[in-house]
Design a binder for this molecule. Sequence first.
Ligand SMILES: C[S@@+](CC[C@H](N)C(=O)[O-])C[C@H]1O[C@@H](n2cnc3c(N)ncnc32)[C@H](O)[C@@H]1O
Length: 242
Amino acid sequence: MKRNLRGLIVCVSIFLTVFVLNGAFAAEKTGPVKGTAGKAGVSRYDETARGVNAPMYDYYAQRIKEATGMTKGVCLDVGSGGGYLGLSLAKITNLDFIFLDISADALERAKLHIVEDGLQNRARTLLADVHSIPLDDGSVDLVISRGSIPFWKDPALGLREIYRVLAPGGKAYVGGGRGTPEIQAQIAARRKELGLNPQSRPKGSGPVKMAQRNYDEILKKAGIKKYSVNTGDDGMWIQMWK
Ligand SMILES: C[S@@+](CC[C@H](N)C(=O)[O-])C[C@H]1O[C@@H](n2cnc3c(N)ncnc32)[C@H](O)[C@@H]1O
C-alpha cells in the first residue's frame, strides 16, 4: 500500500514537472520575435502612429507617389507594422496592398486598420521575413518600407529579396525618417498640446542606426545596379527600379 502511494507521488511529480517546464517553454516560444516590440510595445506604437504621428505617414505617402509615379498595381509594404504608410498611400492611389511583417502582433493591428479604413478588397497581410519573401519573382509593382531596414540582420539579402519580387518597370522606396523638420515641429507641438512626452523609440527594439551602415556598399554587395541613396532632411531613402 505504502509502495503504491510512493509510486503515485513520483508519477504526479514527474507529470507536474513536465507540465510546468513545457508551459514555460511554450510561453518563451510565443514571446516577441527578436527585433520587434512585443504586444505592449506594438500597442503603444500603434496609438501614436494612427494618432499624433499620422501626418508623417501622409507626408511620406505623398513623397512616394510623386517620386515613383505609381498609382496602380500591387504594392508591398515591408516591415509594415500596423500598415500605417501603406494605408496612407491607399488614400491617394488605387494600389492594392500586401502588408508584410515578421511580427504577428503588428499584423493583427494592420488587419484591424484595413477594416477600419474599408480596404478589405484592396489589402492583405503576410507574416514573413524580408530575408526570404514568400512571393514570386516579378510579382510586385511597388515596394515601400519605412523604419524597418535598421532591424534587418542582412540588409543586402533583404534588398536583394525586394529587388527579386519587383516586376519589370517596378520601383522600390525603402528607408527611414520622421518627416521634414516642419512635420516634426508640427508633431512635437501636437504632442505638447496633448501633454504627451517627447517622441521616444520602443524599448528593447535595438535597431542599427541608419548612419552606421553604408547603404551604397550594401546595394553594390547585393548586386543591384539601378538604385539611388538619398540622405536629406526627411531621412535616408533608397530608391531602386527595374
Ligand atoms: C519601427 S517599426 C516600423 C513600422 C512601420 N513601417 C512604420 O513606419 O511605422 C519596424 C517594423 O519592422 C518589422 N521587422 C523587423 N525585422 C523584420 C524582418 N526581418 N522582416 C520583416 N519585418 C521586420 C518589425 O516587426 C516592425 O513592425
